[in-house]
Design a protein around this ligand. Structure first.
Ligand code: PMV
Length: 369
């Protein structure tokens, strides 16, 4: 069977005609979550193509809600207004303008429409939780919903999410993974038939149910914006002396994690997840210039986490994003024990005692407009 690759050419060729119905107007609203990578994407080429495949859990509580009012555009008026947390935000507005421009080949009707976009996050902007995945994916879910209204011929749920994943990827690679429930893979790998460089692919049917109950308790070790942007970080991989070995190991870890997810092999899940987190940081430490993004408190907390796992036999592990904060991953069945552990032993390492009680979730959802 020939499978059409859902790439730039496909979405340009199948784009909706820019001729929009004269009376089109309305409002759509979507919320979309952040995600946390288990096998990390770090290093890219071309137009947002990953140098290795990645797998993430889709989160639930940490999300962006975006409301978009739309109507035909009057002559020369600007194409959109943008408010974040109820206020104009020139920096985000500029980013959105650049992003909408990038989408024009795939959404050629955009210049005919005026958009009033307002967005808010459920997590503090400065908490160090990546907001690009949730904000890009919430925005594209809304745009595709408007496209459905304009065309009068909505895509199937699968096609809708896959197109959203493609468009979100152009804004932020990891955002491509937020549109699917529970977990997804992005980046072509022979280990997972259906995986692609251009869009993420759902892992829901390739994993044991226990992972759909997983909790992610996010310890805010240090609140603040990132000291290295992911754009700069990806670029640093171009001259990293360990890059080739890293990409090879990421492939190995994809295979190991795929099996661990399918068979609920907790030891393997933990080994891969923690190794990936530490590799990401090792890559940053060995880049030129180098970055140490963990704080002393990150390492102290990790030591406690490993000791707790060993002493209690509870399958609790950690992962890290490109920053000092710790994501504690564990099955919901152990929630009570882990929460007691957090308050007794880990809160001392959290900035102002802050942590976010998140979990694996079902992906974006449409809100009442
Ligand atoms: O999507 P970006 O360009 O912000 O890169 C994300 C990179 C990591 O969060 C560190 C890893 C990942 O796979 O999400």
């Amino acid at each position: 069977m020939h499978i059409t690759e859902k790439n730039e050419a496909y979405y340009r060729d199948t784009a909706l005609s820019p001729d929009i119905p004269g009376d089109c107007h309305g409002e759509v609203a979507w919320q979309s979550p952040s995600n946390i990578a288990l096998v990390k994407y770090w290093g890219k080429h071309g137009v947002q193509l990953p140098n290795n495949p990645s797998i993430s859990f889709t989160l639930k509580q940490a999300h962006t809600a975006t409301r978009i009012g739309y109507r035909p555009k009057d002559g020369d008026e600007p194409g959109f207004t943008f408010a974040f947390e109820g206020k104009p935000q020139p920096l985000f507005a500029q980013k959105t303008a650049n992003y909408l421009n990038q989408l024009l080949p795939y959404l050629p009707w955009l210049p005919k429409i005026h958009l009033d976009i307002s967005s808010h996050n459920t997590f503090p902007h400065s908490s160090g939780i990546a907001s690009s995945a949730s904000s890009m994916s919430a925005l594209v879910m809304g745009l595709l919903d408007i496209e459905s209204a304009l065309s009068g011929n909505p895509l199937s749920d699968d096609e809708f999410r896959t197109k959203a994943s493609f468009l979100a990827r152009l804004g932020s690679g990891s955002a491509s993974r937020s549109v699917f429930p529970f977990a997804s893979v992005w980046g072509a790998t022979e280990a997972i038939p259906g995986s692609s460089q251009y869009v993420a692919f759902p892992m829901e049917h390739h994993m044991n149910e226990v992972f759909t109950t997983f909790r992610d308790s996010i310890l805010i070790i240090h609140a603040g914006t990132k000291s290295v942007s992911s754009r700069a970080g990806h670029q640093l991989m171009e001259n990293n002396p360990f890059a080739a070995a890293r990409y090879q190991n990421a492939e190995t870890n994809i295979r190991l994690l795929k099996d661990a997810l399918l068979h609920a092999d907790m030891d393997q899940f933990i080994a891969v997840t923690e190794s990936e987190a530490l590799q990401l940081h090792a890559l940053m430490m060995t880049s030129q210039p180098s970055f140490i993004l963990m704080q002393p408190a990150t390492l102290a907390a990790i030591t406690h986490i490993r000791a707790f796992r060993q002493e209690r036999g509870i399958p609790l592990c950690f992962t890290l994003d490109a920053g000092p904060n710790i994501h504690l991953l564990y099955p919901a069945a152990h929630q009570e024990a882990v929460k007691a552990f957090i308050s007794e032993q880990l809160l001392q390492y959290c900035a102002d005692g802050q942590w976010i009680d998140d979990e694996v979730g079902g992906g974006p959802s449409k809100l009442n407009s």
